[in-house]
Design a protein around this ligand. Structure first.
Ligand code: FAS
Ligand code: PHB
Length: 389
C-alpha cells in the first residue's frame, strides 16, 4: 500500500490530523492498535482550548461540539473553606469549551468514516522503517498477515506507550521527566454537577476536582495514593472523601450516585526532544505528557497537530519544507509552556508526602497571591484558556 502520510495511532491526535489532511486532499492511513469501541470507551480530558475548538471547525467536525458543549468563562479555586473565581472573559476576553475528549474523538471518527478515511483497527507489530532515509515505510500485522505502507511522511500519534518515540535513535533523543508521588482517581456519574463551573480544590486531605460533561453527567477526581486501585474505593468512600475536600456549601449540595466509570491515572511531566526524525513527526502524548491539572494534555496534542498539518500542507501545496524543518522547534516552544503551567498548577494544588510546613505556607501564599493580584490571575487565565499557537 502507498499513502502520503502514515499515521500511527487513532486517538484524538491521529484522527484530527487525518481529518485536517483530508480537507486538503492529502491522503493518509491511520493504524490503530485497539478496536474503535475501545478507543471511544476511554474517558479522559474534558476542557478544550479555543485553539482546539477552531481546529475542529477547520476539520468540519464542530457541529455537535457547539450544540452539546458548554462554554465556560470562569472556574473556581478553593483552599480549605476559602474559594475564589477566575473570570477568564474579563481577564483574557476568551473562554474554554467543556466537551469530553471521547466526544471529540467520536466526531472525528464519524467524519473520517463519512469520507471513506482509511483506518485499520487491531493492528499489531507496528514498526517504522527508514524514517531518516529515502524510503520511509511502516510495517504491521493484521489478521495474522504482514502488511507494508510506503509513504512520504510518518506521524507518530500513538501516545505515551506507543512505538514511534522509540524509532528515534537513543543517541539523538533527549528525555525529561518528573513523576508525581500520587495519582488521580476519577469517576463519572449520571448526576447533576455540583456547580455550573469547575472547582479545583486544595484541601489538607489532598486535591479534588469537580468537573462535568453535561447537565446530568459529572466528572470528579480526587488525588489518591499510587498504591491505590479503583477497586479499593467504593462509591460511598469516594463521595465521602470528595465531600471532605471541597467547601462545605458545595459538599452539602453534592448529588451522589453510582459511578459508571472509575479509573486511576498516574501523573507525570514528560517531554522528548526532538519531535522529528527525518520523515517521522511525533504528535501529542507520543512526545509529551502533563499532569491533567491544567487540562493541557489533549490541548497540547492539538497544537502539535496544527503545526504538523500546516507544515505538510505547505510541503504538498507550495513545495516548501520550511514548516517540516521548523516543526519540532515550534511545537516544543509551546509544549514547554504547557509543561510549566501544568507543573506549577499541580504543585500549588496537591499535597505532597514530603511537604514541610514551610512548603505548605508557600502553597497558601501562592493561592492568596493569585486570589488578590490581577496580574497573577491574568497569567493563570491566559495559560488556562490556551496560549496562542
Ligand atoms: P492517545 O494516547 O489518546 O492515543 C494514542 C492512540 O494510539 C491510542 O488509541 C492507542 O491505542 C494507539 N496506539 C498506541 N500504540 C500503538 C501502536 N503501537 N500501534 C497502533 N496504535 C497504537 N488530558 C487532559 O487534558 N485532561 C484529563 O483529564 C486527562 N486525563 C487522562 C487520563 C488518562 C488515563 C490518560 C492516559 C491521559 C489523560 N489525559 C488528560 C491526557 C489525554 O487526554 C491525552 O493528552 C490525549 O489522549 C492525547 O491524545 P493522543 O496524542 O492522540 O494520544
Ligand atoms: C475533566 O473534566 O476530565 C477535566 C477537566 C479539567 C481538568 C482535568 C480534567 O483540568
Amino acid at each position: 500500500m502507498k499513502t502520503k502520510v502514515a499515521i500511527i495511532g487513532g486517538g484524538p491526535s491521529g484522527m484530527l490530523l487525518s481529518q485536517l489532511l483530508h480537507t486538503r486532499g492529502i491522503d493518509s492511513i491511520v493504524l490503530e492498535r485497539k478496536t474503535k469501541d475501545y478507543v471511544l470507551g476511554r474517558i479522559r480530558a474534558g476542557v478544550l482550548e479555543q485553539g482546539l475548538v477552531k481546529l475542529m471547525e477547520e476539520a468540519g467536525c464542530a457541529d455537535r461540539m457547539h450544540a452539546e458543549g458548554f462554554t465556560h468563562d470562569g472556574a473556581l479555586i478553593s483552599y480549605g473553606d476559602e474559594m475564589f473565581r477566575l473570570d477568564f472573559s474579563e481577564l483574557t476576553g476568551n473562554f474554554v469549551m467543556v466537551y469530553g475528549q471521547t466526544e471529540v474523538t467520536r466526531d472525528l471518527y464519524e467524519a473520517r468514516e463519512k469520507t471513506g478515511g482509511a483506518i485499520e483497527f487491531e493492528v499489531n507489530d507496528v514498526a517504522i522503517h527508514d524514517a531518516n532515509g529515502a524510503a520511509p515505510h511502516v510495517t504491521y500485522t493484521t489478521q495474522g498477515k504482514k502488511r507494508r505502507i510506503d509513504c512520504d511522511f510518518i506521524a507518530g500519534c500513538d501516545g505515551f506507550h506507543g512505538v514511534s518515540r522509540q524509532a528515534i535513535p537513543l543517541e539523538v533523543r533527549r528525555e525529561y521527566e518528573k513523576v508525581y508521588p500520587f495519582g488521580w482517581l476519577g469517576i463519572l456519574s449520571e448526576t447533576p454537577p455540583v456547580n455550573n463551573e469547575l472547582i479545583y480544590a486544595n484541601s489538607e486531605r489532598g486535591f479534588a476536582l469537580c468537573s462535568m460533561r453535561n447537565e446530568n453527567l459529572s466528572r470528579y477526581y480526587i488525588q489518591c495514593s499510587l498504591s491505590d486501585s479503583p477497586d479499593d474505593w467504593t462509591d460511598a468512600a469516594f463521595w465521602e472523601e470528595l465531600k471532605r475536600r471541597i467547601p462545605k456549601a458545595q459538599a452539602d449540595t453534592l448529588v451522589t450516585g453510582p459511578a459508571i466509570e472509575k479509573s486511576i491515572a498516574p501523573l507525570r511531566s514528560f517531554v522528548t526532544e526532538p519531535m522529528r526524525w527525518g520523515r517521522l513527526f511525533l504528535c501529542g502524548d507520543a512526545a509529551h505528557i502533563v499532569p491533567p491539572t491544567g487540562a493541557k494534555g489533549l490541548n497540547t496534542a492539538a497544537s502539535d497537530v496544527h503545526y504538523l498539518y500546516n507544515a505538510l500542507r505547505d510541503c504538498y501545496e507550495n513545495g516548501s519544507e520550511a514548516g517540516i524543518d521548523s516543526y519540532s522547534e515550534k511545537a516544543l516552544k509551546r509544549v514547554w509552556k504547557a509543561e510549566r503551567f501544568s507543573w506549577w498548577f499541580s504543585s500549588m494544588m496537591h499535597r505532597f508526602p514530603d511537604q514541610s510546613e514551610f512548603d505548605l505556607k508557600m502553597q497558601i501564599a501562592d493561592l492568596e497571591f493569585l486570589r488578590s493580584n490581577k496580574a497573577a490571575q491574568q497569567a493563570m487565565a491566559e495559560n488556562y484558556v490556551g496560549l496562542p499557537y
